[in-house]
Ligand binder design. Structure first.
Ligand code: ATP
Ligand code: MG
Length: 425
């Protein structure tokens, strides 16, 4: 037997048993963003490597070690590790951004060469929102409200916490960076290799370190909040007031800096304790400089991305996947000569008349017992049974597989009325 070829590590199949929960999540997401008037944008999965280097930043985990980059006849291309850079690139390219207000969303696979573990994969999926052309805190509040609504809809709102911070302006951050470097230099001997290196290349990244020893040293580090410019302080205060008015709870996490370089002012993360180490389910913030940095005219932006695998894991762990609708409502059972033709036509008739129902027509013959087993296994609520006597009388027997209703034999022409009756009783 030939050796089986397997999927790439960290790149998962989503099997038919799992797709219903994904569809549930996707439908909720689409419904919520459309209720805020956002439109979908779809970008390519492959972009030029420069796009990510210039936006995410050279000295970040993503660009330093996580990108899938390859040569395409002399051009360096990369499988997108996130969506914001592509969205801004597309916006600039098609003139969607300058002097306009845009509220957009996207969904799709992202690729990062990370060590696969629960909640961390090499191909994963993000749902994201990007809003352009508005600098005021009300729009920051809106994107956060939108995520909060989603958690309520999904029933996970009690299991996520909003963490919030302000990074201030680029100028304020530059002053803070100097103070931080001075502090880190004093503690250089106790830092790990990564932090030592970053101290010189991108010191803010040290704050994001996942090493508990480094985090312990940082307790006494200068605080970004003491360095914020006045406008950013006001902006942050406005955001907090808006969230308070909407009843959205949050904690200010002074060390929240995010793993990408393009953020300024607002940054936020929704975190959960239900998933262990991979606790961030949604992360975002403001990126007022990014459009210009990627060659467009200065346009403010704010957005977020959520990790869909982590949300699916949460729904499973909290057992919120129970109410997912069955894949099949009706299964036909066809026994005797000619019932295969009539069964096919009957199934078509029901699909015409009740298009919201899922009708699975039995194929391949077999005895009554075998077909009834299939009907049970399909998860259908009703079996439509067609035997030779029914065929002769132009009738069909409807059997409620849950036992809630008596079995009925009815005229084939009226089957849909009886189906509707049974399903509502
Ligand atoms: P982390 O700190 O977990 O590495 P990040 O800061 O790299 O996250 P972002 O780039 O902000 O993550 O991506 C937004 C969201 O996408 C994350 O909060 C997470 O839910 C999800 N995500 C990021 N990387 C992965 C991955 N490798 N596998 C699954 N989900 C991921
Ligand atoms: Mg990461």
């Amino acid at each position: 037997m030939a050796k089986k070829i397997q999927a790439i590590r960290g790149m998962n199949d989503c099997l038919p048993e799992q797709t219903p929960i994904w569809q549930k999540l996707e439908n909720h997401l689409k419904q919520v963003v459309s209720s805020y008037g956002y439109s979908e944008i779809r970008m390519p999965i492959v972009e030029s490597t420069d796009l990510f280097k210039r936006s995410i930043g050279d000295v970040t985990d993503i660009v330093e070690k996580e990108m899938y980059t390859f040569d395409d006849g002399g051009d360096s291309l990369t499988l997108r590790p996130e969506g914001t850079a592509s969205c801004v690139r597309a916006g600039n390219e098609h003139g969607l951004l300058y002097n306009q207000e845009r509220r957009m969303w996207y969904m799709g696979p992202m690729f990062r060469h990370e060590r696969p573990q629960k909640g961390r994969y090499r191909q994963f999926h993000q749902f994201g929102v990007e809003v352009f052309g508005m600098a005021s805190a009300d729009i920051d509040a809106e994107v956060i409200l939108l995520t909060a609504r989603l958690w309520r809809e999904l029933g996970i709102d009690k299991h996520v916490e909003l963490q919030l911070n302000s990074l201030g302006s680029n100028e304020a951050r530059a002053v803070y960076r100097d103070a931080l470097v001075e502090f880190l230099t004093q503690h250089e001997a106790s830092l790990d290799e990564d932090s030592k290196r970053r101290m010189h290349t991108n010191p803010m990244r040290v704050l994001d370190s996942k090493n508990p020893d480094v985090q312990a040293i940082l307790v006494d580090a200068p605080k970004l909040s003491d360095y914020l410019d006045e406008e950013s302080v006001t902006h942050f205060a406005q955001l907090k007031a808006l969230l308070d008015a909407a009843g959205i709870q949050y904690v200010v996490n002074e060390r929240l800096v995010r793993g990408l370089d393009y953020y300024n002012r607002t940054v936020f993360e929704w975190v959960t304790e239900s998933l262990g180490a991979q606790g961030t389910v949604c992360a975002g913030g403001r990126y007022d400089g990014l459009v210009e940095q990627l060659g467009g005219k200065a346009t403010p932006g704010v957005g977020f991305a959520m990790g869909m695998e982590r949300l699916v894991l949460m729904l499973e762990e909290l057992e919120l996947n129970q109410d997912i609708a069955a894949e099949v409502d009706i299964y036909t059972v066809l026994v005797g000569a000619g019932t295969d033709i009539q069964g096919m036509l009957l199934a078509e008739q029901v699909r015409n008349q009740l298009p919201e129902l899922k009708v699975m027509n039995h194929c391949g013959g077999g005895n009554f017992k075998k077909q009834m087993k299939r009907a049970d296994k399909s998860g259908a609520r009703l079996a439509l049974i067609l035997g030779e006597s029914e065929l002769e009388q132009k009738q069909v027997t409807i059997k409620d597989l849950t036992g809630k209703n008596e079995q009925q034999t009815v005229a084939m022409a009226e089957v849909s009325t009886h189906i509707t009756n049974m399903l509502t009783h």
